[in-house]
Each structure stands twice: as C-alpha cells, then as structure tokens.
Design a protein around this ligand. Sequence first.
Ligand code: MGD
Ligand code: MGD
Ligand code: MO
Length: 757
Amino acid sequence: MIHGLAPGLAQMGVRRSARTLLKLNQVGGFDCPGCAWPEPGPGERHHAEFCENGAKAVAEEATLRRVTPEFFAAHPVSSLAERSDHWLGQQGRITSPVVLRPGATHYSPISWDDAFELVGSTLRGLDSPDRAAFYTSGRTSNEAAFLYQLFARAYGTNNLPDCSNMCHESSGVALTQTIGVGKGSVTLDDIHQASLLVVVGQNPGTNHPRMLTALEAAKRKGAKIIAVNPLPEAGLLRFRNPQRPSGVIGDGTPLADRYLQIRVGGDLALFQAFGSLLLEWGAVDKSFVDDHTSGFDEYSAALAELDWSDVLDATGLDRGEIVEAARMLASSDATIVCWAMGLTQRRDSVAAIREISNVQLLRGMIGKPGAGLCPVRGHSNVQGDRTMGVWHETPKWMPSLASRLGFEPPARRGYDTVETIRAMRDGAVRVFFGLGGNFAAATPDTEVTLAALRACELTVHVSTKLNRSHTVPGRTALILPCLGRTERDAQRSGEQFVTVEDSMSAVHASRGTLPPASEDLLSEVAIVSRLARATLPSSPIPWATYEDDYRAVREQIAAVVPGFTDYEARVATGAGFTLPHPPRDRRQFPTPSGRANLVVNRLEVTRIPPGRLLLQTVRSHDQYNTTIYGLDDRYRGVHNGRRVIFVNPKDLAALGVADGTLVDIVSEWSDGHERRAAGFRVVGYPSARGCAATYFPEANVLVPLDSTAEGSNTPASKSIIVHLEPATSGSAATAAATPGSTPTASSPSAPASFGPA
Ligand SMILES: Nc1nc2c(c(=O)[nH]1)N[C@H]1C(S)=C(S)[C@@H](COP(=O)(O)OP(=O)(O)OC[C@H]3O[C@@H](n4cnc5c(=O)[nH]c(N)nc54)[C@H](O)[C@@H]3O)O[C@H]1N2
Ligand SMILES: Nc1nc2c(c(=O)[nH]1)N[C@H]1C(S)=C(S)[C@@H](COP(=O)(O)OP(=O)(O)OC[C@H]3O[C@@H](n4cnc5c(=O)[nH]c(N)nc54)[C@H](O)[C@@H]3O)O[C@H]1N2
Ligand SMILES: [Mo]
C-alpha cells in the first residue's frame, strides 16, 4: 500500500477513500487538486492515476472533520493566531460563513446575503476601485477565474495579484520575450519522445510525482536525464515507481544519468557555458537559427567573452562536468528542459530562463517532437487562471469582452502580489479579497505582510479550510466557505462541471463526485456572481445566469479568449483539448519581429560573504504549499519537525556549528532591518557548498519584501543571504515546549555515486 493512503483512511473513512481516489484524474471524475502535471490520454490512464501526494491533497479536502460556528465560538481569533499551520489545517472543512466584527474577539455566523451586502457596500464606499485588491490562488477553476477577473474589471480595477506572481511569473515573462508565448512548448507525448531531458531546479519526487512516471517511460525508450540541483533530491537520483504497490522511492536505480550539483543561483552561468561550448563545437541548428531567430550575432559575440572562472565560481561545478553535460546536449536530437521554483525565485530568474531558451533555440529544440521548453507549473489550474485573465495587466482580449458586456475596462496597471502588500502597508489598498490560497503565509516578509493585512478595513477569504490568513483579520473580516473540487456542484440548471488547464495547455472538465462538506457551502462561481450582484447592482452583465448554468460562462469565454472555439462541445465529452501554441505547433513566434529572440544576459556571480550562507526555501514531502500534512520529510530523512536548516557538513565545520545545534537564522538585506527566524535545528546535509535550505512558509519571515526577481517581481525566496546565531534563549524555550519542534534527522540518504549510468 502506498504511503499516501494512510492519511486518507484516517480522515476520509475507508470506503469513501477508495471511491474518491478512483475518480481522481479519470474521464468523468475530478482533476487532482495536487499539481498541474498533465494526465495521459484517456486510453492510457492507469486505473489509479494519482500519486501519494495527490492522495494527500484529496484527503485534505475530503476530510470528515468540520470547522463549525461552535468551533469559532470556542476559539477566539487570538488563540487561533497562536496555533501552527499544521493544527489549523487539521481542524477540517469550514461549514458556514462567519464574520469578525470590529473589536470582536471571535468569528460569528453571518448569512450569505448579509456577507455579500457587507462586502458590496464596503466596495461601493471606497473612494476608488483601486483601493481594493483581488487575489487568486491557482486552484480556482477557469469558470470562477473568468468571472472573478470580469468582476474586478467591471468594478474598475486591475488589482488582480495571484499566486503566479510568486511562482512561474519569471517563466511567463522570460518566455514571452524569447518565444512570444509565456507558456511551455511541450506536450506529454513530447516528454515520452525526448532523447534528453534536463530537469533544472525542480523536485518532482515530492511536487510532481506523476512526472517521474513520464520520465521513467522516456528513459525506458532510451532517453537520458540530467538533474541540475543543489540538493540530491530523492525522486531523480533514486527512483522506483511509487505507483507500483511494492515501490517506494528508496534504493532503486537513479533516474538521472548525470547530476550537476549546482550552487544556488548558478543556472544562468551554466546555460551560458552550455551555449558557448555548443557554439565552439559548431553544434548549432543553423537553418533553424537563420529562419526563426534574431540576435544570433550579439549572442555569440557575448558568449565569446564568457569568463570561465566566473562560470566555475557561480556554479560550483568543475569544467569537466559542464563539458560532459554539454556533449549530451550536442548529441541529442530531441531535448526538453524542464524547470520549476529553483529557477524562478531569484533576482536573475528571468535572465536565467532566457538563457535556457537561448540554448534550446541554438539547437532548434522547439516546435519539433520530443523537444521544447517545459516550465512545470505548480497549482493545478494556475496556468488556466492566467489564460482566463487573472492578471495585474490587461489581456489582449479585454476590449472585446468589455464591448460585448458593456463596461469600461480600467486603464491603470494593477498591483501584483508584492505591490499589493506595499499598498496595504501604505494604506493605498483598504480591502483585500482572496479567492482561495493563504496570502498571509505564502507571501514574503511575514511581519510586514501580517501588519499590512491587519491595516485593511476589510479582509475576505474564500476558503475550504482554516489557515493563517484567517487569523490576521482586517478591521472587519469574513470567511466565505466554498465547495472543493471533489464535491458535487448543483445549481439551478442541474449538476455542473468546471474546467481546468494543465501545465501543457490541455483543457479538460473536472466534475466533483462527493456530497458537499456542508449544506451551507457555495461554489466559487456562485460566490463571485453574488459578490458582483451585491457590489454592482445595476451591472448589465448577466451574473445570475452565469451562476445558474456554467455553460453560459464558457460561452462567454469561447467568444473572447483565443483557442476556446467550441469550448462546450470539446470539454463536455472525453478528454478535452490542447490550446494552440504557435511556436510548438508551427514554429511561429508571436514576438514583435515574428522571430524567436536570442537574448544577451549579464552574468553576475553572487558572492557569499564569509561566515554567511545562501539560503533557499523548499517544500517538504509532507506539505502542499502552506498546508502542512505532517511533520516528516521522509525523502530527506527528517522526522517530527519542520524547523530545520540543511547545511553542508563542510560549511558547518567552517562555521564551527555542530550538527544538531539549535540556531536562529538571520537574513541580511540592504535595508538593515533584522529578519530572524528563531529556533531551527541544524541538519548536516549534502547540499551544494555554501548553500543551505529550509522550509517554506516558516522561513518567509526572512525574505525581504523588496528582494525580488528583475522583470517579474517574484519574491527571491530561493536566495537569501543569512548567518546563523546561537538560538536566543526564548526561542530555545519555545522550541522545547512546542510539539514537533524537536525534529530528528536520520542520516539523510546521500546517494552513493552519480555519473553516467
Ligand atoms: N506535494 C506537493 N506538490 C506540489 C506542491 C507542494 O507544496 N506539495 N506545490 C505545488 C506548487 S504551487 C509548485 S510551484 C510546485 C513546486 O515544485 P518545485 O519547484 O519542485 O518545489 P520546491 O520545493 O520549491 O523545490 C525547488 C527545487 O529547486 C532546487 N533549487 C533551489 N535553488 C536552486 C537553484 O538556484 N538552481 C537549481 N538548479 N535548483 C535550485 C531545490 O533544491 C529544489 O529541489 O509544486 C506543486 N506541487
Ligand atoms: N518562501 C517561499 N514562499 C513561497 C514559495 C516558496 O517556494 N518559498 N512558493 C510560492 C508559490 S510557488 C506559490 S504557488 C504560493 C502559494 O500560495 P497560495 O496559493 O496562496 O497558498 P496555498 O498554500 O496553496 O493555499 C492553501 C489554502 O487554499 C485554500 N483552498 C484549498 N482548496 C481550495 C479551493 O478549492 N477553493 C478555495 N477557495 N480555497 C481553497 C485552503 O483554505 C488552504 O488553506 O506560495 C509562494 N510562496
Ligand atoms: Mo506555485
């Protein structure tokens, strides 16, 4: 039995678990709320097309535990604020809307009508629509996302920050500049057909487990895999298919044929080195470069000047390793580069991704089978939400939507996530509305963010479960509980389904099958529709029709969003459809010049001052972003605790810190303000030299709000300069008194050897 079923059985009941899990990612069932990795075609799906962590995500939503009005009566907000994220999430599904009135100590029940009237009248009372911000997390369906952005714009603002701003924004910005489309250019078939897969800055064993199945299939057909990562992550470096009953990741053979243990932030240098070697060897697809790209001369001139000592400093690799990997690129006729958060959350992220694109363009690895660029998205519909117009800028199709529906779209560019925090801090945004997610915990500079939320006049969270954000109320706060994706959604016209888009632009239906967690829940579509009616009573937009029948929403989407012609027919039956992607489909590049751009990027080596470490924040195997399933990280050998910092044993020796010591982590930033995360246990771990790792969201307090990626404004939560201090006595005492704060680390499974298989 796979590990994932254990929590399911505990929280969902045995028959219900089996029934629910068999519907996961099947035609006619619901889309896994876990990650955005695509499902195989209908004929090729396994009976159980889910993974351990998908099972956990479902169990988390399908839990039988409930957070009722009695629960809120028994727990003042002040005591909820002291609970851990894990505890909050474990309390179960929220059953009815609640409000925290000014000065009140407890949330208390409120009717849906009164709740919408409260939000509507507050929004109508603001002196400008730009005083409100509408956040979205990437689990929201296409239908809800489309209505939500329509509402925000009809109300008058582009303030639509989303989780993408903290996630793959850097990928979207970079790819729009290089290939003209901010989305990946491969399909699942391409992965299966590749002869070389380069997996950069990603931990699929934990975060996209079904990707390992695809990598394994490619490998069986002879593909080679290169992993580029400061941490020797379990799924890539040791693998057995966790979907097979007997298999757990343990001592199987490594999936990766070559492992480049890069220093945090070394990727831009690495891909420049690859580019320069490919040029030197003449391993360039000349006809592709001539026919489809611009910028080759500048690019090759810049790389002729590449300083190899900078490359070696930035990457921490030796030249031989880089040359060997470059030879694999040079001899592959079908290469895919995949990446995730290890690339997107640093100052030079956009440039580093452009550099990946440069190498793929040089080799003509786009728009042909088995080749391409593959940013692996996180949330199951984060890509779809953007397609639906959830964006702080203005989608191209907005004028057409506005003229169809008779509203004036706002002209001012909206706030992204970081700008929203600043605006709340400075009083420029007074109302925060969150459609899903956990803004308080997911965002950087925790203390600043919490104060910013508390400064709001009104905070509203549409949520399935309790989380940190509910404990940081504005002067008035609302929690609006909604249906989850696993649940049946019945509206006036009958049972509804919603649609989602995966990481490879495939759109398909998702239909919940479980009875709702409470009779008092509304769907996200219904919530947005009623919010709109309460706020814009004379709006000509047919909000009630949308709520009654989601086909009316899809009809509207089909009319304005490119690629959605015949939407209803194409999702109502079977597997759905894949959105057009001109570079992938026809080697057409919708850039201003009509060509893909090779871009020159400046290499800046991050030099870590003596006595300091470069800290990145990662996910454990037992969490979904800010939702903490449990306190273990099995693949990294950590048990019963999350307040750990992984440091290379040689760095520990150099710093004079013993393995197991309790420390405070202090980050250093130019504003001179001290940011401290107190009470972390040091774990000697084979991370790249100078590079430490700890878990998100506990470490978000260390990420300065102003430390973001150039061009995408994504918080740089993967490169924080820190030093360690002996734990302050207070933090040591708290640590001793808090359950789960004395983590144990069994000797982490350092893979014995790497290299060509
Ligand atoms: N079970 C589960 N599944 C999830 C999630 C979850 O929390 N739990 N979250 C979902 C979401 S929203 C997302 S965005 C994805 C995230 O999926 P991932 O990107 O895999 O998530 P992280 O844990 O942030 O891992 C980042 C990886 O990048 C590496 N890395 C860090 N810095 C660098 C660097 O400078 N260079 C290189 N080459 N590598 C680096 C880290 O060592 C780590 O392996 O997963 C999605 N799926
Ligand atoms: N330091 C650091 N910070 C990071 C990251 C990092 O790697 N390091 N990663 C960033 C990334 S990639 C991301 S995507 C963000 C994630 O940011 P968010 O998307 O804001 O956070 P989540 O933890 O995914 O949100 C979990 C909450 O969503 C609600 N929820 C779950 N299902 C549903 C649903 O169906 N409907 C509704 N309405 N609500 C639901 C539940 O109440 C749950 O508590 O965090 C970012 N923050
Ligand atoms: Mo994400």
